[in-house]
Design a protein around this ligand. Structure first.
Ligand code: C2E
Ligand code: MG
Ligand code: MG
Ligand code: MG
Length: 292
């Protein structure tokens, strides 16, 4: 910050050397960084839950927990903005721990109310290589009394990751009884190696394949291939980014079991999530009726 002030106050002549756009974005970043440190201390985060749908049964079977930062001035900030920053400045472990504990506690509460829902929690690559991750997962389950089989951990393909180390870590998690899901499947490199070497239980087809133009033969072929591959390997398969009834029809044709997307619901607060289950299931049964 001092350097930026110096450049602005004292070096009028040299000011041109600095691109004001860069200085502005640097200052914004520093501000965001300080705010994020405060946010962790004051716990300004909340979890939203997006319903996951069983397409055959027409029911809500679980949710994906998605973090939001409720900034006191700026309002809701999406994870796409602050998660990468949190990873960079070493806050992701603390945030991730809160996410895991909160998602487990909330889902157990729903289970106690008779709603047998699963929950998926996103893990950042940094967390995966964190020494204490296995203990954290274990203690989150013990504290909440949530059954391990209700929890899925979502991981993403990471450049340069040591698959051997990753496999060992995931093996330990699998032994606890939680599911391992590979998020945004097909968008990064090495996807097939991941399938071969890691103890996975679920694939999530990236939304870019689903949301693409229905007349795009490449997307259609790729979705068919991924679903067939998952079914062949006995992996659950979830389609992300389902936005239209047309998407649903197509996914049913390919035998894709689970779906998630704005068509059913956006990520919702815990309160709204519960309220929306019945309306969503009604909407689903109407969709099924209209096909018959
Ligand atoms: P993701 O795990 O792939 O999550 C799916 C994202 O797609 C979510 O964005 C969700 O709101 C959005 N989405 C769902 N359905 C639709 C749809 O039909 N159309 C469109 N256009 N978008 C849809 P969100 O919540 O902004 O999260 C973005 C990313 O941030 C997540 O991608 C995930 O990688 C990361 N993230 C979110 N929460 C956490 C967390 O607690 N921990 C970590 N490490 N990462 C998180
Ligand atoms: Mg995810
Ligand atoms: Mg995804
Ligand atoms: Mg993602």
């Amino acid at each position: 910050i001092a350097a930026i002030h110096y450049a602005k106050k004292n070096s009028r002549g040299k000011y041109e050397f600095y691109n004001p756009g860069i200085i502005n974005s640097l200052r914004k970043r520093l501000e965001l960084e300080m705010d994020l440190r405060h946010a962790v201390k004051r716990n300004e985060f909340t979890l939203y839950y997006q319903p996951q749908i069983d397409l055959k049964a027409g029911t809500v079977v679980g949710s994906e927990a998605l973090i939001r930062w409720i900034h006191p001035i700026r309002g809701v900030i999406s994870p796409g903005i602050f998660i990468p920053l949190a990873e960079e400045i070493g806050l992701i472990e603390e945030i991730g721990e809160w996410v895991l504990r909160t998602a487990c506690r909330q889902t157990k509460q729903w289970n106690d109310q008779g709603l047998l829902l699963n929950v998926s929690v996103n893990l950042s690559p940094k967390q995966l290589f964190q020494e204490s991750l296995v203990d954290l997962v274990r203690s989150s389950l013990t504290e909440s009394s949530l059954s391990a089989k209700r929890l899925q951990l979502e991981i993403t393909e990471t450049a340069g990751a040591d698959l051997f180390v990753m496999a060992q870590k995931l093996q330990e998690l699998e032994e606890i009884g939680v599911g391992i899901s590979i998020d945004d499947f097909g968008t990064r490199y090495n996807s097939l190696n991941y399938l071969k070497q890691l103890p996975l239980s679920q694939l999530k087809i990236d939304q870019s394949f689903i949301r693409g133009n229905r007349h795009d033969h490449q997307d259609v072929a790729l979705v068919r291939m991924i679903v067939a591959l998952a079914n062949e390997l006995s992996l659950q398969v979830v389609a992300e980014g389902v936005e239209s009834a047309e998407h649903v029809q197509f996914l049913k044709q390919t035998n894709c079991a689970l779906a998630q997307g704005y068509l059913f619901a956006r990520p919702l607060t815990a309160e709204r999530f519960i309220e929306q289950i019945d309306p969503i299931q009604r909407q689903l049964s109407e969709m099924i009726m209209s096909e018959i």
